[in-house]
Design a protein around this ligand. Structure first.
Ligand SMILES: Cc1cc2nc3c(=O)[nH]c(=O)nc-3n(C[C@H](O)[C@H](O)[C@H](O)COP(=O)(O)O)c2cc1C
Ligand code: SF4
Ligand code: FES
Length: 572
């Protein structure tokens, strides 16, 4: 056997320099690949080999990573790529014809591709031009965006009538530096109030969060206090806190708005969680498409460090905690908590088998509290104003407020904050400004792509995590309102296209099942579906629900089953 001893080589080129900057940590492979792609234009085979050498990883593994993430896999330089969203809100606002015209576009210097929901649904049809978030796009505006057009800005500083605001800024809050996209810097600096938290024991902080009834905002509504307690009870250290800012669920852009307006609240919530469970480090895993929000978060972290709110021996106590931002690179599945952990550790974002759960074996195999950005953002107010105050807001079963998005055929699409338990009718009439003139309600896609199609008979169901049993899903809070002109079958086809594209491919039912279901729906949209197709579709939904390895495959079954229950006559 020939054994080759590799002598240590100092940094001698851009690849080594990039690797050195990350301490040659294999977990940083995605970030290193992205940096090099940005510098060199694209990731060639030779560059991948170089990265593998610099990180002492097998080249096959680095190649596997580079081809997994959509923002790395492209053939064209990202600096000359326009990605147009083909998600349901954008399709409803005209992305379809736009995408259809793309191949005939004469401009050879720019590559235009389609992509899954960009989290810019309020700017539909939306696009990423280089790293810039722009919308609503038209063919003319694509030309301008290459030049100077920066897209429109949705301003959520002012509440809509009827909103209850806990997370979003109060009207007239001071501190915006340069318009809607800047953070509330002065308020963020004043608001940490560490003394109030550190005056209590970690157990007392934990008990307060448990008493508040705070539930996870990532979609499933798991009690946050219970999750933190599981981590606190673990004896192994180090422990970690992770904020899930992957937000790739079609129709959801609430975390983007929170990170735009209140990055300080998210950081404070993470720091309080760390104190309660005994963690010394935290990560925000943010989707790659949110470059502006990652930058804003980085600035808020720097500010907090300068003010002594993050770092070693906070407020003169023994407690130390710091936060790092980790950018994803384009993969919906990385929102699933175990896929997120794989990605954070520098691998393809493929879900792990559970148990063990992240609370006992999470980041680097250590106890980890992973919560959604919005979940963490609720914590500082709970600590400041008390669990009883929080419980007094909204639903008994699910207290507090939630960020909702209302999109589609309403007068004022966008985002608002309200308690749990509101109905679809309230979402449309009170917060969406009513249906657009000439529109009649036909159905709503509730709870995002992983949710259900709800017919008019469900307009008055109070919505929370339990209402899925009645046919209206909450999920991460996204609602697409569709009028008489929208076909439930076409929307369903778009959803299955999304699941097919985003399936990680690790398990067969999801890899093949989403593709098969999409082909069947193609036939129905073309008017060529058969009774056998309908039976096969129902069977595939059962298969996806019962045999998929993770929630993505199981989620794909939900919109199919709701469409078959309420709109079977539309499959003709
Ligand atoms: C396919 C899939 C995608 C998900 N995407 C997200 C996401 O983007 N953000 C998120 O917070 N949770 C997402 N989740 C849920 C996470 O797995 C996890 O439950 C959540 O981050 C826990 O936070 P919470 O308790 O605050 O809700 C996703 C789950 C699945 C199955
Ligand atoms: S269900 Fe889909 S996304 Fe989840 S592990 Fe299987 S193939 Fe991957
Ligand atoms: S940005 Fe297009 S559907 Fe969300």
């Amino acid at each position: 056997m020939h054994i080759q001893t590799l002598a240590y080589r100092p940094a001698d080129g851009p690849v080594d320099e990039a690797a050195e900057r990350y301490g040659r940590d294999p977990a940083a492979v995605v970030e290193i690949l992205r940096e090099l792609q940005q510098e060199r234009g694209r990731l060639t085979g030779a560059l991948i080999q170089e990265v593998a050498r610099a990180l002492r990883l097998p080249a096959a593994r680095v190649h596997g990573i580079a081809t997994f993430y959509s923002m790395l896999a492209g053939e064209a330089p990202p600096t000359r790529t326009i990605r147009i969203c083909d998600g349901p809100a954008c399709i409803l606002r005209g992305a379809g014809p736009l995408l259809g015209k793309l191949p005939t576009r004469p401009d050879q210097n720019w590559t235009i591709t389609r992509t899954s929901c960009l989290g810019l649904c309020d700017l539909a049809p939306a696009a990423l031009v280089r790293d810039e978030q722009v919308g609503p796009v038209t063919l003319d505006r694509i030309d301008s965006s290459i030049g100077r057009w920066c897209g429109e800005v949705s301003d959520y500083r002012q509440p809509r009538p009827g909103e209850t605001r806990v997370l979003l800024p109060d009207p007239g809050a001071a501190g915006f530096e340069d318009g809607a996209r800047s953070a509330l810097v002065p308020q963020a600096r004043a608001g940490w109030a560490w003394q109030n938290v550190l005056a209590h024991t970690p157990e007392a902080v934990l008990a307060e969060v448990e008493a508040s009834g705070l539930r996870g905002r990532g979609g499933a509504g798991f009690p946050a206090g219970r999750k933190w307690r599981l981590v606190a009870q673990e004896l192994r250290t180090p422990k970690y806190v992770v904020a899930n800012a992957d937000e790739s669920e079609p129709l959801s852009f609430k975390d983007r708005v929170l990170l735009d307006l209140r990055p300080d609240l998210v950081l404070q919530g993470m720091a309080i969680a760390a104190y309660a469970v005994g963690a010394a480090a935290g990560y925000v895993y943010i989707r790659g498409e949110y470059a502006a929000q990652a930058e804003r978060l980085g600035a808020a972290i720097d500010q907090a460090r300068r003010d002594g709110n993050l770092g070693r021996r906070i407020a003169g106590t023994e407690f130390s905690f710091d936060v790092h931002v980790h950018r994803g690179a384009g993969a919906y599945i990385c929102g699933e908590e175990t896929a997120l952990l794989e990605s954070l550790e520098g691998r393809r974002g493929e879900p792990r088998l559970r148990p063990p759960f992240p609370t006992s074996s999470g980041y680097r195999g250590q106890p980890t509290a992973i919560c959604n950005v919005e979940t963490f953002a609720a914590v500082p107010q709970i600590l400041a104003r008390g669990a009883a105050w929080y419980r007094s807001i909204g639903d008994v079963q699910t207290p507090g407020t939630k960020l909702y998005t209302v999109l589609g055929d309403v007068v004022r699409p966008g985002l608002f904050e309200a308690p749990y338990g509101i109905t679809l009718r309230q979402i449309i009439e009170d917060f969406g400004g009513g249906l657009r003139p000439g529109s009649t309600f036909r159905f709503a896609l509730t709870g995002g792509a992983a949710g259900a199609l709800a017919p008019p008979s469900l307009l008055d169901v109070p919505i929370d995590y339990e209402s899925a049993a009645e046919g209206v899903c909450l999920g991460s809070g996204g609602f697409l309102i569709c009028d008489q002109s929208v076909s439930p079958v076409k929307i369903l086809r778009e959803l299955l296209h999304f699941f097919e594209m985003e399936s990680c491919g690790k398990c067969t039912p999801c890899r093949i099942g989403t593709r098969e279901a999409c082909r069947i729906l193609d036939r129905f949209v073309a008017g060529a579906g058969t009774a056998q197709d309908l039976e096969r579709l129902a069977g595939l939904a059962r298969l996806l629900q019962t045999t998929s390895l993770c929630g993505l495959g199981a989620s794909a079954a939900k919109p199919i089953q709701s469409a078959l229950t309420h709109f079977r006559e539309c499959f003709a």
